[in-house]
Structure formats: C-alpha cells, structure tokens
Design a protein. Structure first.
Length: 601
C-alpha cells in the first residue's frame, strides 16, 4: 500500500462517520440536528425571504422580544445559496455544510501535523484520530448547522498558516478576522493562539502573530468591545516580543510575563470600572457564573469523565506519554490552555481534541515503530534523537538502520492487516461514542407539523423585528427553537433562556390561578409538554428538578418528600400526567404520545 493513498482513506472515513441520521435529517421535512441549529436556520430563512438579518426578534421572549446579540457572518454563509437559488437550497446546504467543514478540518490537522513533524504516518494518524473524535463529530454531523465546527475550522486555518515559514503566514489574520465576525467568543481562541505563539515562536514570528490578531480588531465596527479585546491581545504579544528578547539572560522570563498578565486580568475583573464590563462578562462566561449556564449540558464544568469519553477513551490515555516525549512548545501550550477551558466548560473539548490527536498519534507512531513497522524511518528530528540515544547502547546502529529500510520493503500484507486491526482497536471507543442520536423524536416532529398546519398563523414571521405576532406558545426552553422554526410560532422561551424563569414558574405553579397570571402576562394560547420534563429518578433523567431550580426552588434543600409534593401538585403534573382533567382554563388539544398540546380557554 503506497503512502499517498492513506490520506484519501482518512478523509473518506471522516466524511462517512459524519453522515449519521440521514433518514432523520432528510425526512418529509428537512430537520437539523440538535437545538441551536434550528435558530441559525431560522435566521437564514429570514435573510433569504426578507433580504436582511434582524437584530431583534419578537418571536422570542414573547411579548417582549429578544435582541440577537451574536455576529452575523455564519448566518449569512448559510443563507448564501438561498439568496441565489431559493431557500430550499439553503436548507440542503446547511445540512451538508458541517460535514464539509468536518472533513476540511481533518485535512487541516493533517497539514498542521506535517508542519510540526515532517512525517507522513504521524500526520495521517493525527488526521484519522481527529476525524473520529466524538467531541468533533458531535459538532460536525449531518444537519448540525451550528457555528461550533465553523469556529474550529477557522481556528485550524489560522494555526496552519501561522506555522508556515513564508509570507503566507500573514493569511492567518484573514481567518482570525473571519472568526471575529462569526463568534463573540473569538478573542478566547485568539488568546490561545497568542499564548502558544509567545511561548513557541522566535521574535519575528511573534510580531507576525501580533499583526494577524491586530487585524481582527476591525470587528470594532460591529462590536466595539470585540475590537478592544483583540487590541489587548495584540498589546500582550507586542510587549511579549520585547520581554522575550531578554530571555537569553533571564531564564523563564516569558513564563513570568504570562503569569503577570494573568494577574492583571484578574485585577481588571475586580476593578469597579463600568467600561471594563466585557472583561467581567468574558470571565463570568468561562466560569459559568450564570443562572442558566449550569443547566446547559455543553457548558457543564469539571466533567472529567465526560471529557475523556468524548475525546476517545483509549486516545486520551494514549496521548499522555507524548506530553513528555513530543517536545513542541506550541502543541504543549495549546494542550494546557484548551484543557483548562474544557475543564471550565465541556464545550471546549472540541478544541482540546486537536492537541490530543497530535499527542495520541505520536505515541501510536512510537508503538508501531517498536512493533517493527518503520514509522519514523529517519524522517523526523524526534526519531533522529531516539536513534542517537540508541547508538550509545548499540555500536551496530548502521546495520540496524539498513535492516529497518529492508524491513520497510518486506512488510507483508498480513502484517499491514495486523497493524490496521491494532489501530482500529485503539479507535473503537471513539467510533462508538461518536454515534449521536437524533434529538427530535417522532412525537415532537408530528406535534410541530400539526401545530404549523392546524393552529392560527401568526404575523411577521419573516420580519420578526417589524411587529408583534398575535400570541405565543409556552414550553420548556429546550424546545423553543424547534417550535419557532418548524411550527412557525412565537415562544415564551427558547434555547437562549430569556423567558425561562416565567416558564419555570408556570410549570411549577401550585395553583391554576397562579399559572393563569403568567399565561396572561405572556400572551400564551398553547402549551406543549413532553415526557422528558417529568421528575427524574434513578433510571429517568427528567428535567423537572432543573425547572424547579430556575423557578427559585432547590430540590436538594427541599428533600425528596417535599420535592414530590411540589411535583404532584404542579401545573406540569396536572397537564401532562392528568391531561388537564382537573383544570378549568386548560384543555388537552392533541396527544402525540410523548408530547402533548394544550389550549388555554
């Protein structure tokens, strides 16, 4: 088997592993995977049909509406085919786009690996491990048209060009700028690049990195605080450039400089200066200092077991030895910083997967070399160092090198199959964990389509900033984006959590009168409940405890008996479990099994 056919195989694997749930995505209606992708597609629909992306949406947080605070580039990217060929083309493009980005990101990991260590096996295995890492697959499967994999792709592009030794390294600034116009958290990834560059690069390359990040400060035209954040990171690198000039005389001065800057950021956080709100907001975001973030699965902190699982069980532990063996400061800095982020919020594991893939591949290459497969056959500096150490213990190293070369030519098909089987065994947990079930079940799909066709249509769907629709639908916030996009109806709360407190108070209300106050306040006409909102137990992960917490009640302090009392007397129980038979102003309209639709009378 020739080396040049390995990469196409890896890219094919990357493509196929992401083509999950094809029948669910492309069913009678095109349905994205997950939750947030529904709202991105909703905005793309508005762009296609109305010609602009609104900054405010009355279909959310009804009747007050909600400001759309994130940056628009990703939504316009999804809408582009629709603006040319109609919205149907945007729907299809949006479903396939994350798969394409996943495959291109796999290719970028291969190219980055070649820049770091000029070895075909190392690069190909790095790409293969990254291709099937569950954390990456989750955000790039068919239909998951969210900005996560877009952000990872742009980050990898910026890293690849930055690692180049020619003028093309300046192109890194283009991709950092695109990231700045796509995601309000872009300075987080820019800071990762800046820190790794300061630790790893020489003086000239540090300045190039500063220029690339400084270019992204043009995001000031959309979000002034973003531009200021990029300028602060640029200043960090420029000062670091001069600091590093003294490193020959002052050992470890760069590390002391980084620690000093970290302390300064902490001081800025506590300073009572109004203009520094974005520093406090960013740190609060990272540390989950928010009533809603602890209830979001992808924002959970200190989920060590989950981090290891979605990185691939064997892959994670395979990567650990190379933390000491593969001495590359850029990769090590990237690993430490992304591990810190992943510990704070599990969502950042998708970026941690990059250095983990590199480290795991390096360890795997050494194992294969020890097993007799000449992976490092004189192609890398790392292996040259290992061979130098061998010479101290073996004066016949020249003959051994000849045997290695001869062995490379004489590797049998059986041995290659054995090696492939070993690699597949290492990656098996990753393949299993990468299987992502489709979030919307048939009950929800049928209910949403029924609501769309059998309830009164509301106004301003394609121009949600122009006026208020006539009524709203109340459900738990997890399902808000589904209702808005598929049923085309306004909601009290959605996946951005605005309105969630009122929704929680409604479902935990202990009397019909208390619930009616919220219904009137929020203009609710229909209510949708589902089985997953029930009280959880040892075998069922219900959401009612979370609903109680957001309503202001703590199940842990209340105890089991009191929690059960609240649950059994709640509006949710009277609606979903008792089908509203004891209620005067609420009536069961349609039962879809796991999902039920009620009308307010």
């Amino acid at each position: 088997m020739r080396k040049n056919i390995y990469l196409p195989i890896v890219l094919a694997v990357s493509f196929l592993v992401r083509f999950q749930n094809f029948d669910k995505v492309f069913s009678s209606v095109i349905l994205p995977a997950g939750y947030d992708p529904y709202y991105h597609l909703r905005l793309a629909e508005v762009i296609v049909k109305s010609g602009y992306r609104p900054d405010f949406d009355y279909y959310l947080n009804y009747p007050y509406g909600l400001k759309i605070g994130w940056l628009p580039l990703f939504d316009y990217t999804l809408a582009l085919p629709g603006m040319l060929f109609g919205f149907r083309s945007t729907e299809i493009f949006a479903m396939v786009f994350p798969v394409v980005l996943g495959v291109l990101s796999t290719l970028l990991v291969y190219l980055i690996s070649r820049r770091l260590l000029n070895n075909e096996y190392f690069a190909t295995l790095s790409a293969l491990i990254f291709a099937v890492t569950p954390a990456v697959v989750y955000v790039s499967v068919l239909g998951f048209c969210d900005h996560h994999i877009w952000n990872v792709f742009l980050l990898l592009c910026s890293i690849y060009f930055l690692l180049r030794d020619d003028w093309l390294s300046l192109l890194s600034g283009v991709f950092i700028t695109l990231l700045a116009f796509s995601w309000v958290g872009a300075p987080i990834y820019a800071a990762l690049i800046a820190l790794a560059a300061l630790i790893h690069f020489n003086d000239k390359k540090i300045l190039i990195t500063a220029i690339c990040i400084g270019v992204a400060s043009v995001s000031f035209i959309l979000k002034p605080f973003l531009g200021l954040a990029f300028l602060m990171i640029t200043a960090f690198l420029v000062v670091g450039y001069f600091v590093k000039k003294f490193e020959d005389n002052k050992k470890n001065i760069t590390i002391y400089y980084v620690l000093t800057c970290t302390i300064l950021v902490v001081i800025l956080y506590f300073l009572p200066i109004k203009e520094l709100w974005f520093v406090r907001s960013g740190i609060d975001y990272l540390f989950g200092r928010n009533i809603y973030l602890p209830t979001i699965v992808e924002a959970q902190p200190f989920k060590f077991r989950e981090i290891i699982t979605i990185l691939g069980l064997f892959v994670f532990f395979l990567a650990m030895p190379s933390l000491l063996i593969f001495r590359n400061k850029f990769v090590l800095t990237l690993f430490i910083s992304t591990l810190f982020l992943a510990i704070l919020q599990i969502r950042f594991t998708e970026v941690l997967s990059v250095p983990i893939s590199l480290y795991a591949s390096h360890t795997l290459c050494i194992l294969l070399d020890k097993m007799g497969y000449p992976v490092f056959n004189g192609e890398t500096k790392a292996m040259d160092e290992l061979k130098d150490r061998r010479k101290k213990h073996n004066r016949k190293s020249k003959r051994k090198s000849k045997r290695d070369t001869k062995r490379d030519d004489e590797i049998t098909l059986g041995y290659k199959i054995y090696t492939l089987g070993f690699i597949c065994f290492i990656l098996l947990p990753s393949f299993v964990a990468a299987i992502r079930p489709f979030d919307m079940n048939e009950s929800w799909k049928d209910a949403l389509i029924w609501i769309n066709k059998n309830t009164e249509k509301t106004s301003y769907y394609s121009q949600p900033d122009k006026g208020k629709p006539e009524y709203s639908i109340l459900s738990w916030w997890d399902y808000g984006n589904w209702i808005v996009y598929v049923a085309k109806r306004p909601v009290v709360c959605n996946n951005f959590q605005a309105g969630a407190i009122d929704a929680a108070k409604f479902f935990t209300a202990q009397s019909e009168e208390e619930a009616l106050k919220i219904v009137k306040k929020r203009g609710v006409k229909y209510i949708v409940t589902d089985d997953e909102m029930q009280l959880g137990n040892e075998t069922f992960g219900g959401k009612f405890q979370t609903i109680m917490r957001i309503a202001g009640m703590n199940p842990d302090s209340l105890g089991l008996n009191k929690t059960l009392e609240v649950y059994n007397n709640s509006m949710f129980y009277k609606l979903h479990i008792e089908n509203a038979v004891s209620l005067e102003h609420f009536k069961l309209l349609k039962d879809f099994g796991k999902v039920k639709v009620f009308i307010v009378q």
